[in-house]
Design a binder for this molecule. Sequence first.
Ligand SMILES: [Zn+2]
Ligand SMILES: [Zn+2]
Length: 397
Amino acid sequence: MDAVVEMARNMHSQIVKWRRDLHRIPEVGLQLPHTSRYLTEQLNQWGLAVQTGIAESGLAVTVGGDADPGKTIAIRADMDGLPLQEQTGLEYASEHPGYMHACGHDAHMAMALGAARILSQLDSELAGGVKVIFQPAEEGPGGAEPMIAEGVLKDPDVDAIVALHIGAVSDEVANGEVGILPGSAMASSDSFSIRVQGKGGHGALPHTSVDPIAVSASVIQEIQSLISRELSPVRPGVLSVCQIQGGTANNIIPHEVEMKGTARFLHEQQRDKISRRLIELVEQLGKARGAEVTCEYNRGYPVLVNDPEFTDFFAGCAGEILGDDKVITLNEPIMGSEDMAYFLRCVPGTFFFLGGARIRDGEPIPHHHPKFDIDEEVLWLGTALLAATAFWWLQKS
Ligand SMILES: [Zn+2]
Ligand SMILES: [Zn+2]
């Protein structure tokens, strides 16, 4: 175990170089030809056979499992950047205008590469296989679900999975610390679109029309009662109408109004219930007011649920590497979402938070900001945590 950690420490400057190389070439969505080529070339250099083209640009590589077929654990890293013009002024800033690694996925790839390298060097000592998965499109439209559909968790079948997010995802985790949370850790992310059809007319003669703007006002008010009256107060959720469109002039009652919004939940049952009730409620409200109201509810990433037993095992590994005082069990879940959730629905595992944000004026620069940057000092630590967890988990399984 000390060997794994020591190897990661010695590899630090190499991990930094990979991260900077990848930082220069951000790409978005499912098609990441430069990123996927860069990773494939690195992995090939070490004699590893890379499975390419899973969900367009996704990759998978398996190390170990020859000497001892044992079980298989996966390490997952997301690959995509964001459509954002970088303003960091860094020497290794984005060379792709309008695109930037502003969430730290460049660092995730570099840390996973480091783990793949270490574990391939320890190949004969591995008590099973480690599948390293590089996944596109985390920021949208989602790469985990299609990768699973294309069989990335099969052959060899994956028994457990671990991944991380760097930066300042939780304000409870300082740089150099690790945040964990067993159970529901990140929210689901859905969208909805509500269409209110009334009957247009003259603004001075509302009695001759059905005013969709007045009905929309009721809808916006009433749907909050789903949160305050139909959701358990200790199982939070959010419904927000974020877009509303209707009307063309000050004296015309329009025929139609359209609203769009987002819905977030931390428990799948609550998500099912409120999404069903949202549709029922707005339809009924429309009927009561003589309008036709319809709601289209689109499910996005599910609730991210960390397996308690695996998370506990991971906490033990992290404690060995860092000291228990640096392993923080979060008091609050994260309302952001992650498509790692799909992997965690298929196999037990954990998604942990590695504190590593660039601090400016005492505050971390937020994710998705044009000046976002990470603290590179923690890169070796990320590699050590991933590699050691995989190594030790195989040993005990
Ligand atoms: Zn992000
Ligand atoms: Zn991210």
